[in-house]
Write a protein that binds this ligand. Structure first.
Ligand SMILES: NC(=O)c1ccc[n+]([C@@H]2O[C@H](COP(=O)([O-])OP(=O)(O)OC[C@H]3O[C@@H](n4cnc5c(N)ncnc54)[C@H](O)[C@@H]3O)[C@@H](O)[C@H]2O)c1
Length: 387
């Protein structure tokens, strides 16, 4: 059993806390045969937040500069939970110093950067992973099994969406997510990349994109200390929103299927909606995060007069579900997906085995993000180079 020393960067943020919890938790569910993790360093720039970290992870060194973790010879794996604009620089520095890297999405700001990171990792023989945890819910393994078995035939159409309303209210405070310098692709890299990860996981590579990116609220109030609902509410200034709030997109897949996709952070009333429908020549499947462990499956092979969508709740027949719960429909949630992801990341590093989504997979998702940005700017279809 190998113990992997992990540094979590951005440790006091949402993802930093979730990743730390996931490393500390996963052996309770997945055992230790695939290796274990020691949270050996936590990096947090915010000094007040950093001060509280030691008690939560007594074994960890606490750093305020990510470069210290990258230079720490004791660290095997750098886990990047920092704002999007830092991902490329930090991942590159980590790979150059011989560390395995787990990077939250989006992997980089451009596909060219993502390609460089994927190539660098391969040259160095290092394990990589991008934080697309949603498809690691075992319900999507079931969806992929059904697709691969041929039960829905050739895929003809993917329809997908992801909607939140964090910026639905025009008075919602400005934050880094709306700043084109800190998050250059806005909703496309942030939320679109999740939908793209489902497309890549379930359907295949995308060959062309036609997208319309929209800024719905061009200016937002700046509220000191605001982060997802925090802050004392005092408005100090207004800032321009410089990246897209929402996107409507058509696409073509390499295998001939087509796609209709939309994602938004201004979908007022939708706290979190994620859904897809996949139509094939013999059947179809449908998923909605509101029923997080349930897949709907229509088979054209059912007898005439008996055809209809059946609801399948993933249960203990699926090993990743069984790891947590002995009975179906008790439901795995977001944090369990991140625990599954952490177990896979550590197994991947401990055994030197790449597991989806690696930086190579992240590169294709970055290509779709790029194509989406270019298509919207050029107001036309953009082809993706799949060579
Ligand atoms: N996979 C998912 O489902 C998912 C969900 C949310 C966020 N994310 C991604 O995770 C990343 C982090 O998002 P978040 O929501 O946790 O953000 P957050 O704002 O909650 O946390 C970011 C943390 O990084 C710290 N930080 C910022 N700059 C730093 C620096 N230079 N050095 C050290 N610490 C620094 C901040 O103080 C903060 O604690 C983003 O890239 C985001 O896209 C992924």
């Amino acid at each position: 059993m190998r113990k992997i020393n992990v540094a979590v960067l951005g440790a006091s943020g949402w993802m930093g806390r979730v990743h730390t919890m996931a490393y500390q938790s996963f052996p309770h569910f997945f055992g230790t045969d695939g290796g274990t993790a020691r949270v050996a360093a936590l990096v947090e720039r915010n000094p007040d937040a950093a001060a509280g970290l030691q008690a939560l992870s007594p074994e960890a060194r606490i750093y305020q500069d990510w470069r210290e973790a990258v230079a720490d010879p004791a660290i095997d794996l750098i886990d990047i939970c920092l704002p999007d604009n830092l991902h490329y620089d930090v991942a590159k520095a980590a790979l150059l110093s011989g560390k395995h890297v787990f990077c939250e999405k989006p992997l980089a700001e451009t596909a060219a950067e993502a390609r460089e990171l994927a190539d660098l990792a391969r040259d160095k023989g290092l394990v990589t992973r991008v934080g697309h945890a949603f498809p690691r819910n075992p319900v999507h393994d079931l969806a992929r099994d059904i697709i691969r078995s041929g039960e829905i035939g050739e895929i003809t159409l993917f329809k997908g969406c992801q909607h939140v309303d964090m910026f639905g209210d025009p008075a919602a405070p400005f934050m880094w997510r709306a700043d084109g310098k800190l998050a250059p692709t806005g909703i496309v890299g942030d939320t679109g990349s999740h939908v793209f990860s489902f497309m890549a996981f379930l359907v295949g590579r995308v060959s062309a994109v036609m997208a319309d990116n929209i800024i719905v609220t061009p200016r937002r109030p700046v509220v000191e200390g605001a982060s997802l609902g925090q802050g004392d509410g005092s408005v100090t200034a207004y800032a321009d929103v410089t990246n897209p709030d929402a996107t409507n997109m058509l696409c073509r897949f390499e295998n001939g299927a087509s796609g209709i996709v939309d994602f938004s952070r201004v979908a007022t009333g939708r706290k979190f909606r994620q859904a897809y429908e996949i139509y094939g020549t013999k059947g179809s499947i449908a998923y909605d995060y509101d029923e997080t462990n349930r897949l709907r499956f229509y088979s054209g092979a059912d007898p005439a007069g008996r055809c209809g969508y059946r609801e399948i709740d993933v249960g203990p027949e699926h090993s990743a579900y069984r790891a947590f719960l002995p009975l179906a429909n008790f439901a795995l949630g977001y944090n369990e997906m991140k625990i599954i992801e952490a177990a896979e990341v550590i197994r991947s590093v401990a055994t030197g085995t790449p597991m989806w989504p690696t930086f190579d997979d992240g590169y294709h998702i970055s290509q779709i993000v790029d194509a989406c940005m270019r298509s919207s700017a050029l107001k036309r279809w953009v082809e993706i180079d799949l060579a």
